[in-house]
Design a protein around this ligand. Structure first.
Ligand SMILES: Cc1ncc(COP(=O)(O)O)c(C=O)c1O
Length: 375
């Protein structure tokens, strides 16, 4: 298979097998122009600020189209981890409440709940078997004391893609909220956040942005009065209003999660990255990585590896992981052959995106062969 996107649009892809997108994507060459544009606008003082605001608005419109929501439902903060904490800060957890999550989550979707245990909040874990679980196993953990269900659409660990719609329905039936981490799905497979209460995503992976950004989705139609437990000047309307010493006049949009001046450099790059993704569309990118994933999984199984990722296309996205005891050593040996994967947590993860092709899959399989169980 050919790559879906021209490989020459990216730095570092032409001369390596870049399978590292689940950690960080290869940079778009056009980010140089996007960041230069940011600096140029900075030099235009007040006029430049207007362009920063316009770029942020365009970025949110593009993200909204990708997530099936309104641009005003999206806040741009510093990272996905920060978005999670800002959302959690607005929920009035009481002793005896619980939060449901699972053991395939990235630490940012677990650590804030561990911290809340100090305040008498219980953390209920759906436990995976062979790196998989079903929506029903998450639903089984939800009860009438559940305030929040926090779950990834696609696992950073095993690559499992979960249908979150039944989990959202079960959470709502018990009066709980659903927070979806779409970091490992947004930009690579179709995402529809309309069933969720909140969603977060990192910007420097599948969305082709840079570090310094985080996407926060707030379902304003379901939770019109929600506000974070933290506030700054950028989150309020008319920040110099006469009544500012008396009350908080929250902005009506998800900008209320943006405490201070947003990280505009990261936003210029994110707008450029999402625009690039939109040229291809999540349907086509998803079909591309699913077909390339078939090739990769067949090759890994042929070498005798235990593939942690489900074989069925609908239950995976771009991440394909294998169980490897000394994953860091294998990852380092692969780097020496110019094959970039993520190794750790007892597995090596290869991530497939729009710039990957069959030659990348072959380079990876060739570099892995000396370590293969059947090798
Ligand atoms: C599922 C998931 N959520 C969150 C993060 C962290 O994102 P950020 O660095 O933007 O907080 C990662 C990073 O690997 C991730 O895989």
């Amino acid at each position: 298979m050919q790559s879906l996107a021209p490989r020459q649009d990216f730095i570092g892809v032409a001369d390596s097998a870049y399978l590292y997108t689940g950690a960080e994507s290869a940079p778009l060459k056009s980010q140089t122009q996007a960041l230069t544009r940011y600096l140029h606008e900075r030099s235009r003082a007040e006029a430049g600020r207007a362009e920063h605001i316009a770029t942020e608005a365009r970025c949110k419109q593009r993200l909204a189209a990708l997530m099936d929501c309104a641009a005003d439902d999206i806040g741009l903060v510093g990272s996905a981890s920060e978005a999670i904490v800002l959302i959690a800060s607005g929920i009035d957890f009481r002793p005896g409440d619980n939060i449901v999550t699972n053991d395939l989550e990235f630490p940012s979707t677990v650590l804030p709940w561990i911290q809340m245990q100090e305040h008498g909040v219980e953390v209920r874990l759906a436990r995976s078997r062979d790196w998989q679980f079903t929506p029903e196993e998450v639903i089984a953990q939800i009860n009438d004391r559940t305030r929040l269900v926090a779950v990834s659409h696609v696992s950073y660990l095993s690559g499992l893609r979960l249908d979150l719609a039944p989990i959202a329905a079960a959470a709502h039936a018990h009066g709980a909220l659903l927070l979806a981490d779409v970091t490992q799905s947004l930009g690579v497979v179709p995402v529809d956040v309309s069933d969720y209460d909140f969603a977060v995503a990192s910007t420097y992976k599948w969305l082709l942005g840079i570090h310094g950004g985080g996407v926060l989705y707030w379902n304003r139609a379901r939770l019109p009065d929600f506000a974070p437990g933290a506030v700054g000047w950028f989150a309020v309307e008319n920040f110099l209003s006469d009544d500012r010493f008396e009350r908080i006049n929250w902005k009506p949009t998800a900008e209320r999660f943006e405490l201070g001046m947003p990280a505009y450099a990261a936003i210029y790059a994110l707008e450029n990255g999402v625009r690039y993704v939109q040229q291809f569309g999540a349907d086509r990118i998803g079909a591309h990585v699913e077909a390339l994933g078939d090739e990769l999984i067949a090759g890994l199984q042929g070498q005798g590896w235990t593939v942690m990722t489900p074989v069925e296309r609908a239950r995976r996205a771009g991440n394909i992981a294998i169980a490897v005891e000394d994953a860091v050593a294998v990852r380092d040996a692969l780097i020496a052959k110019n094959v970039h994967t993520w190794g750790g947590d007892g597995r090596v993860r290869a991530s497939l995106h729009l710039y990957n092709n069959s030659a990348d899959v072959s380079s990876y399989l060739d570099a892995l062969r000396p370590f293969a169980p059947d090798g």
